[in-house]
Write a protein that binds this ligand. Structure first.
Ligand code: ADP
Ligand code: MG
Length: 623
């Protein structure tokens, strides 16, 4: 299913062949890829045929790495070798110690990107070598640089990072339907994911998409609701969540997330926790969840107010509210927002896919696709950039003097003049800070510049400082001494812990050594991971039966040449494991050990493959 490569005629003479460009929504919880095809942005299915790939990475002892759904299963069966939610720590010093080796968040993200790239290569029948990746608007420079590095580690050239709300706006504007008439509008993008809330106000006119303001809460997302439910469960069952072993905690979180998602469709649900003979249930209703998480709801509206204030807009001026991200599927979230925002403006369609579809559109722009080349996307600087100035009240604690205010449209350039603060000062130091806090110590220091000034009394010498922030988030600082005209200029390369080109080389080699299961095996691996998880959670006869069936599966995989027999057993095993999972999820309160034993006896199917298995099983016992 090969797609012709993009051909670009340059000045009518040379023809340059470009590889494919894909758009990637690299999420905290789930990641997706999209591509511009036949005049529209299309999602790319992964090797399991699904669009969402969980952003989870797991290692085993044999040098294999699993990414996505398999890794998510291993969060419970192999908690010490599995990591999730690492996007939150992009651009920080945090490291993860997994399977005997430490990894930076960039490396873990790189493995997710590599998986998306390999799935895309296969789906498109063509090599993908470039990607546009979306990041939350409030990602700072270090996190953006880390995202680019993750791309490079995965063998992807990432020239452009775009903000998630810009991508969402692109998708909501309906560029997928190229002939559509587009009115001017102001869009409020409410992106509520697994770990973060990202609210943006986006002005759209003709073919311009301009972010007017962004705000957010970096520590508010679906997992907070999971925690509320998990804690409710623990308090009802006299447990202390954080003191439980890691595996039990993860089982409880997993059940909590399931119960939360069930409330999307029903008012009431039963949360069941089954883990190694521990079986408990809790009744949960939407009402109970709302009552226990009012503090989270209150926090949801804060960034909405903040973007309206920053953009000096009223609620009535919003033409559309785009609900984006998995957590927007919660009816309670939608109801709560309706109290503040007119219902008629709310649009919830494909909250899981909006951002990825938008990045796919941007990938189309990048490929210079004829259909959409005229779209102009502007970004804003999501945080304030400034410098430290003397604090008259406390000399040891300089104050932030903003130069580029947050929510300025990019590219932008601002000038400010500063005078010397002391008598006979020889140099002026310009510390460059990013952030909204009053004291510079509470903001992030991006670097410093020193310029010499003629010796004079305080206030007699001055420097003119220009901050220029370009479309790629690179900050250039120019300082001019007003009396002498002497100038200095510096590009602020942020972060001390970013990967150097040399480190990059060795990291690429290390990551290359890790093998991912071949795509055609992934469904089998998935089944195995599910089996291992259910094994880890169950006890008694059921556990033994799961173990035997997995052994038989492995035996067939290793020894059996007949693909038909393997497939037949695969289907059988899948049925067995799915109903075992359901059984563990919905078990009655009066659960007894014997129930487990009788349950699998009952569901023995009158099937050829089952008979073969039983023959194997009997032989296995006697050997
Ligand atoms: P991210 O942008 O962080 O990768 P997503 O937009 O994929 O995240 O959203 C993931 C979050 O959405 C998770 O916390 C998940 O539990 C939640 N979620 C997904 N589906 C539902 C649902 N049906 N009801 C409630 N929450 C859901
Ligand atoms: Mg997201």
């Amino acid at each position: 299913m090969g797609i012709p490569r993009q051909l670009t005629a340059q000045r009518g003479k040379e023809v340059e062949i470009m590889g494919r460009i894909i758009g990637i929504d690299l999420g905290t919880t789930n990641s997706l890829a999209a591509v511009w095809q036949e005049g529209r942005s299309r999602l790319i299915p992964n090797s399991l045929g699904e669009y969402l790939t969980p952003s989870v990475v797991s290692f085993d002892d044999k040098g294999m790495v699993y990414v996505g759904k398999i890794a998510k299963e291993r969060l419970i069966s192999h908690p010490e070798q599995t990591a999730s939610v690492f996007k939150r720590f992009m651009g920080t010093e945090k490291t993860y110690f997994l399977g005997g080796k430490s990894y930076r968040p960039e490396e873990l993200s790189a493995l997710v990107l590599r998986k998306l790239k390999e799935d895309a290569d296969r789906y498109l029948g063509d090599k993908v070598d470039e990607a546009i990746i979306s990041v939350p608007a409030y990602f700072n420079d270090m996190a953006r640089k880390a995202t680019k590095d993750a791309g490079a580690l995965a063998g992807l050239h990432v020239e452009r990072i775009i903000n998630e709300p810009s991508a969402a706006a692109l998708a909501c504007r309906g560029w997928n339907q190229s002939s559509m008439q587009r009115a001017d509008e102001t869009l409020l993008v409410f992106d509520f994911g697994g770990g973060t809330l990202d609210v943006s106000l986006v002005d759209c006119f003709e073919n311009v998409i301009e972010i007017a303001a962004v705000s957010g809460d970096n520590h508010l997302g679906g997992s907070d609701f999971d925690r509320v439910i998990a804690e409710l469960f623990c308090s009802e069952n006299l447990l202390v969540l954080d003191e439980l072993p890691l595996k039990r905690q993860r089982v409880i979180f997993e059940s909590a997330a399931k119960a939360k998602c069930a409330l999307t469709k029903e008012e009431h649900t039963v949360m069941t926790v089954s883990d190694e003979g521990y079986h408990k249930q809790m009744e949960l209703s939407s009402r109970k969840l709302i009552q226990s998480s009012m503090h989270l709801f209150h926090r949801m509206i804060v960034p909405v107010q903040s973007v309206l204030n920053d953009a000096r807009k009223k609620t009535l001026e919003i033409s559309k509210v785009a609900l984006v991200g998995g957590s927007c599927k919660m009816p309670a979230v939608q109801q709560y927002l309706r109290r503040f925002l007119p219902e008629s403006q709310m649009s919830v369609s494909n909250p899981d896919y909006v951002v990825a579809l938008g990045v796919g559109i941007y990938a189309g722009i990048k490929e210079r696709s004829e259909d959409i080349k005229d779209i102009l996307l502007t970004d804003i600087c999501p945080f304030t950039l400034g410098t430290g100035v003397q604090n008259g009240a406390d000399a040891a604690n300089p104050i932030m003097a903003p130069i580029i205010e947050r929510n300025s449209t990019l590219p932008c350039s601002r000038v400010q003049r500063f005078q010397t603060a002391g008598d006979f000062q020889k140099t002026v130091k310009i510390d460059v800070y990013q952030g909204e806090e009053y004291y510079v110590k509470d903001n992030i220091c991006l670097g410093e510049m020193n310029v010499e000034v003629p010796i004079a009394l305080k206030g007699q010498e001055s420097v003119t400082v220009r901050y220029t922030y370009d479309i790629n988030g690179i900050l250039i600082v120019d300082v001019k001494v007003d009396s002498t005209g002497r100038e200095a200029s510096q590009i602020m390369m942020t972060g001390t812990n970013t990967i150097t080109p040399k480190e990059m080389e060795s990291l690429v080699k290390e990551l290359e050594r890790l093998k991912m299961p071949p795509a055609e095996n992934e469904e089998f691996q998935m089944l195995f991971a599910l089996g291992e998880r259910l094994f880890a959670q169950s006890t008694g006869g059921l556990r033994e039966e799961i173990s035997r069936r997995l052994q038989y599966f492995q035996y067939l995989m290793d020894k059996e040449q007949d693909p038909y027999r393997i497939m037949k057993w695969k289907v059988n095993l899948q049925g067995f494991l799915e109903s075992a999972g359901e059984y563990l999820d919905t078990m009655e309160f009066s659960w007894q050990q014997e129930d487990d034993d009788s349950w699998y006896q009952e569901r023995k199917e009158d099937e050829e493959s089952e008979e073969e298995y039983i023959r194997w099983y009997d032989g296995h016992l006697t050997s």
